[in-house]
Design a protein around this ligand. Sequence first.
Ligand code: MRU
Length: 350
Amino acid sequence: MSKMRTIEWDSKAHQLIVINQRLIPQRLERVALSSCQDIGQAIKDMTIRGAPVIGVAAAFGVVLSALQSSSDNVTMLRQDLEQSIQYLGSTRPTAVNLQWALERMHMVARSSDQPAGIRQSLEREAMQMADEDVETNQAIARHGEELIEDGDTIIHHCNTGALATVDWGTGLGIIRLAHEQGKRIHILVDETRPRLQGTRLTAWELKQYGIPYDIITDNMAGHFLSRGMVQKVIFGADRVAANGDVANKIGSYMLALAAYDNVVPVYSVFPLSTVDLDISQGSDIPIENRDPNEVLDIQLDGERVTPEGSSALNPAFDITPARLISAFVTERGIVRPPYFKNLSQIKGKK
Ligand code: MRU
């Protein structure tokens, strides 16, 4: 993956070229997105997914909106941009990286009084955000790699790899660096129902990196943890409240509970843009509810198994309370409890 970013900006054609994550592992295909609406739709339908990369993609949505706005008057251009920012911000509510990136673009839109200057600065800012994301992930990996020991078996939930970011990944970036440094590790890949980010995306990445893995269904994790077969649990985060509660892919909470009961450390890995100090506790984090068909549309032996007319619930994220998490790994280092104090300290630190 490292020679191939998940998203790439074509500054001549004014297009964002993205890996279509809906098609992996069947096909590695790219799709060109040419408008703010295209990008919003791709975030909604998870052509692009993963908290860090949806933030950067949304920033390019603002760039496209600026480049395509016919307004040569600064007030009208800013109005167009505000509409686009609102639209992009509404596509997925849980990952705060989206709001964080859009807020950065909003500030840049205020930084010049010339439409041409605004357009140029927005493009520069989005490109810089993309580069920063890769540097941030590599810094996360350097800090997190210390936690991994030779011989570890690690349960990993969802996909926190290169695909979830511009490149390299967060949780999976740590695993990848540990492997490159010669540590012998084995990954148990949670399939991550209902959209199977583990089975489809994480397994695909691990295969490319040559890291040994087995796919397990989400409900097998407790079994392996209770048999002493797992030394660590690693997952990402979509939003972290000031007290350290973590919103992450549905199933993270049950996994953390089972790990806690078996005294296996749980590490949540994220860039500091995922920390939302304006939200004091996890229960205040908005949880995205997705189409029930994502749960209902499941086949066994080639046949749909769900009884006709069944309904389903589909919250895409859950909250893992801070007490179940052993440490956070960020680009500025490892954060341990008390999280309320240490998260705000590290986020504030330059
Ligand atoms: O719904 P998704 O696939 O966008 O959810 C992604 C996750 O929950 C990831 O674990 C999280 O965004 C961290 S990705 C580095």
